[in-house]
Design a protein around this ligand. Structure first.
Ligand SMILES: Nc1nc2c(ncn2[C@@H]2O[C@H](COP(=O)(O)OP(=O)(O)O)[C@@H](O)[C@H]2O)c(=O)[nH]1
Ligand SMILES: [Mg+2]
Ligand SMILES: [Zn+2]
Length: 305
């Protein structure tokens, strides 16, 4: 092999299975790589430096700094990276199953903690008549007021997909949400060539059927990437520390510490900054209720905010 081919080059980890990596080069070609022992563990979405070692084969020599890491605790409770360089979490909801703002607020708080953008996508709008759509739109308007973009979709009627595709462009996104809201349907709509992309990966790497269960970084036609796997879609974004919770509610964070009493429960105490914000309409009562609910859960775990 000529020496030029062995020069270090940039690559993207498309999928990892055990020690096996599928690396996409800047030309879109996929290489089966292993990582050098001392560099840590590359995960899906990692930008790496690699070099060829043979036809279709290579070795990863460095992992570039990660802008964000999606991690889940392993059996011993240690955070185990699942995907890197995510830039956006898409929280999918629908009229059916009944939307839960408690769940949505947890997704949003965890997304703030990850330090990436959040987008709310409300699917299955075809299930509602005009009046029902107006009610749901009004219910979700509070999220728009605090700065979260919101798109309405009907995959069944092919509506709203363009707006979503443009929001995904230039980002590396994951879809999360309750079972039944249409995440699988959305992946199919966004990746009409899903089977082809998987086939291309398994052919290039010999990773075979594993590629469907492991977190995989798919290229979207409108630009950007979608990191997906059944595990990613059902990912439980959790908050472990009170400070994560406070910073997870963007309109509440600046108010914490502003109450008259340092130990304010934000309930009936005089001079409560949160209650004052509710009175002026800056804070929605449902958001405060969800925040206090999550704070109580942390407190039960022995963590006072
Ligand atoms: N009415 C309606 N049903 C939809 C729409 N999108 C998906 N569904 C249906 O909702 C159900 C759950 O969808 P699925 O993609 O499996 O949801 P997931 O559990 O979030 O992956 C399926 O029966 C879909 O056909 C939509 O826009 N409108
Ligand atoms: Mg599904
Ligand atoms: Zn207070």
């Amino acid at each position: 092999m000529d020496r030029a081919a062995e020069r270090p080059q940039d690559g993207l980890v498309v999928v990892r299975h055990g020690a096996d990596l599928a690396i996409e080069d800047p030309h879109g070609r996929v290489w089966h790589c292993l990582a050098r022992q001392n560099i840590g563990h590359p995960v899906c979405g990692d930008r790496v430096v690699w070099q060829r070692t043979g036809p279709d084969r290579g070795v990863v020599t460095a992992i570039q700094d990660r802008a964000s890491v999606l991690a889940r605790p392993d059996y011993s409770g240690r955070a185990k990276p699942l995907a890197a360089n995510l830039t956006q979490v898409v929280a999918v909801l629908a009229p059916q199953p009944e939307p839960s703002t408690y769940l949505l607020d947890q997704y949003l708080a965890a997304t703030e903690h990850l330090g990436v953008k959040a987008l709310i996508a409300c699917n299955k709008m075809d299930l509602l008549d005009a009046a029902g759509q107006a009610v749901l739109t009004e219910r979700l308007a509070l999220y728009v007021r605090i700065g979260y973009p919101l798109v309405f979709l009907s995959l069944r009627e092919g509506q709203g997909l363009r707006a979503l595709v443009s929001r995904l462009s230039g980002e590396t996104s994951i879809l999360v949400g309750q079972s039944g809201v249409g995440k699988s349907s959305l992946v199919k709509a966004l990746l009409p060539d899903l089977a082809i992309q998987i086939g291309r990966l398994s052919q290039a790497t010999g990773l075979g059927r594993h590629t469907t269960s492991a977190a995989t970084c798919y290229r979207l036609h409108g630009g950007g990437f979608l990191i997906d796997s059944p595990g990613v879609r059902s990912f439980r974004l959790t908050l472990d520390e009170p400070v994560e919770l406070v910073n997870g509610f963007r309109e509440i964070a600046p108010l914490i510490g502003q109450c008259r009493f340092a130990n304010c429960r934000h309930d009936r105490e005089p001079g409560c900054a949160l209650k004052a914000a509710i009175a002026t309409g800056e804070l929605h009562p449902e958001r405060l209720a969800n925040f206090l609910h999550l704070a109580a859960a942390l407190e039960r775990a022995g963590k006072r905010y």
